[in-house]
Structures are given as structure tokens and as C-alpha cells.
Write a protein that binds this ligand. Structure first.
Ligand code: URA
Length: 216
């Protein structure tokens, strides 16, 4: 179900199970092995939800009982694109669902002089314009990097309606800005947080996702 008031925002069902997973990763006392394990479980749910929205065509197969089963098969090719570094944490979740999926990378960092996001590196599959793209970044805070990464994809010929932006937590500010820039991109998320603090961290948030997943 698309989440009101946004046309293309898909919020994971807010079940007690999901709330329990977020409770663990948001808890500052959670150590890195558990942070990784429970984040990975949420990432898997996000990938599965993204896959739910891909177009399919009818496919009939014959079962072992010699009866037909009216099924479907996915209609296109997909790839992942992670926003380095935190987005790389979501690559395995995508690989677990889509065997040998191609994954590109985009590196955006804050320019020291202007304090604005700056594109440092992009490496994307050659035929990306013909693919559905799962854009991976766990936290949507101000929206600056996600917007720049999406612009890179569109410049490479990817249609906005073929982009699925997967993240664990969105700020209201970030989702408003991103959705206004790309109303046709599908955003798949597990949590909408109320805002950002003075350091542009999500609140209540969970701190620095990349640090907690890779370093701390
Ligand atoms: N990136 C993070 O890792 N955490 C935030 O709260 C915002 C951006």
C-alpha cells in the first residue's frame, strides 16, 4: 500500500515484529554484531517489498500432477546501486534475493569548501537505462545525497518510474524534498522519523548507520 500523503512511498507494515527489530537497532546499547544482524533482517524485508512492486507477466507452468498453474514471472532486468559507504551494507540483502545481481556504486561526499554534496565517483552497469534500479542508502536525512544519486541515474537514462529507493529510516524533511523532486520514484522504507537535529542526524534515529554497521 502506498503511504498517504505520498503517491509512491511504500511503508513496510508496522507490525510488532518490525517494531521489535527497530527497537534493537535504535538502542544505543546494541553492540555491532546485533546491529548488523537485525539491520540485515530489516534490509531483507525492504528488498522483498521492493520486489513486490516490480511488473510481472502471466506465466503458466505444468506441475508434477500434470495440472497447470497460472503464475507470473518478472518482466525485466534489475540492478542495485549503493550510495557509498552506508548503502553498501544493503548489497548482501539484495544479493540474497536476486542471485548474481549487478551492483553499481555512487560516492557522494560533502564538499569541504561549499558544504554541499559533491559527486566523487560513479560506476554503473553499462545497460543501466534498460534496468529497474534498486537505489540503496539506509538513512534519508536531508535528501541531498539521494537526490544527487538519483540525478546521476536519470542522466544515465534510467526512467524515474523504474527507480526504487530503499532505506531503513526517512526524515519527514528528506522524504518531502525527495518526493517533490522525483514524484515517480518509488520509495520503500520501514520508518518515518519526525525530523533532524542540529547535526542533521535523524531523530529519534539511530546515530551514524555506517559507523554502527562497520566500525563501532
Ligand atoms: N546518516 C546517518 O547515518 N544517520 C543519520 O541520522 C543521518 C544520516
Amino acid at each position: 500500500m502506498s503511504s498517504e500523503p505520498y503517491k509512491n512511498v511504500y511503508l513496510l507494515p508496522q507490525t510488532n515484529q518490525l517494531l521489535g527489530l527497530y527497537t534493537i537497532i535504535r538502542d544505543k546499547k546494541t553492540a555491532r554484531p546485533d546491529f548488523i544482524f537485525y539491520s540485515d533482517r530489516i534490509i531483507r524485508l525492504l528488498v522483498e517489498e521492493g520486489l513486490n512492486h516490480l511488473p510481472v507477466q502471466k506465466q503458466i507452468v505444468e506441475t508434477d500432477t500434470s495440472e497447470n498453474f497460472d503464475g507470473v514471472s518478472f518482466m525485466g532486468k534489475i540492478c542495485g546501486v549503493s550510495i557509498v559507504r552506508a548503502g553498501e551494507s544493503m548489497e548482501q540483502g539484495l544479493r540474497d534475493c536476486c542471485r548474481s545481481v549487478r551492483i553499481g556504486k555512487i560516492l557522494i561526499q560533502r564538499d569541504e569548501e561549499t558544504a554541499l554534496p559533491k559527486l566523487f565517483y560513479e560506476k554503473l552497469p553499462e545497460d543501466i537505462s534498460q534496468r529497474y534500479v534498486f537505489l540503496l542508502d539506509p538513512m534519508l536525512a536531508t535528501g541531498g545525497s539521494a537526490i544527487m544519486a538519483t540525478e546521476v541515474l536519470i542522466k544515465r537514462g534510467v526512467k524515474p518510474e523504474r527507480i526504487y529507493f530503499l532505506n531503513l529510516i526517512c526524515s519527514k524533511e528528506g522524504i518531502d524534498k525527495y518526493h517533490a523532486a522525483f514524484p515517480d520514484v518509488k520509495i520503500v522504507t520501514g520508518a518515518l522519523d519526525r525530523g533532524l537535529d542540529e547535526h542533521k542526524y535523524l531523530v529519534p534515529g539511530l546515530g551514524d548507520f555506517g559507523d554502527r554497521y562497520y566500525c563501532v
